[in-house]
Design a protein around this ligand. Sequence first.
Ligand code: ZN
Ligand code: FE
Length: 262
Amino acid sequence: MNSKNALPKLEVHMIPCLEDNYGYLVHDSDSGFTASVDTPEVEPILRALDEKGWALSHILNTHHHFDHAGGNLELKEKTDCIIIGARKDADRIPGIDIQMGDGDIYLFGKHEMTILETPGHTRGHLSYYFADSDIAFVGDTLFALGCGRLFEGTPEMMWESLQKLLQLPDKTLIYCAHEYTASNAAFALTVEPDNGDLRTRNAEIAKLRARNKPTIPTTIGLERRTNPFLRPDSANIRATVGLRSATDTEVFAEVRTRKDRF
Ligand code: ZN
Ligand code: FE
């Protein structure tokens, strides 16, 4: 009899798409299930499936934007996969089969997938967390050193979503949907110049990007220490934006506004 740790961890395969999007395949060698996290572009996803020898069983949509759900219908037609997305955005997720909401658990083979509603960028944005493999797919909610623009939500809503992600263990690997890290780092240094961890990380990012290497995945622990959108309690950030005695939500909102103008 195998120990309780016998279930192999999920494998993640990154697929650069479009200008700066990342699509991901998540593969469970136990069940043979393979999910595409979002569908930014059909051809590279089909090519990756072919190279890996994996058959697409699911699409996990984080949100309705075209660079995340634009390939849904073509991939569904070609592979007969099941599309999972937000109940709150069921009318905007093409081909949706299974509607999910906050706290729902879906069994991906034997792997528990926990659904976190993380609205702010869009009103129905979902993140997908696989606790046994320490991975989370966060779409356009959390970026390496950044967070999504507030297209459909309020600062309060986004700050609450980010706090939900901050509850995940520090070792959790965070797979976000865009390579925005270098410009996020430049901005982060303007609001928290005294953060030594951030300066170290900025140098590492510059090296990776100079060789055209991805900066993803990041981890919750690293983001907690360096991402200005997760650090409204930082005295340095509060001093820089001139809000020493404001609430965390107010500081977050100000940092988000400054990033929009950066
Ligand atoms: Zn988006
Ligand atoms: Fe996007």
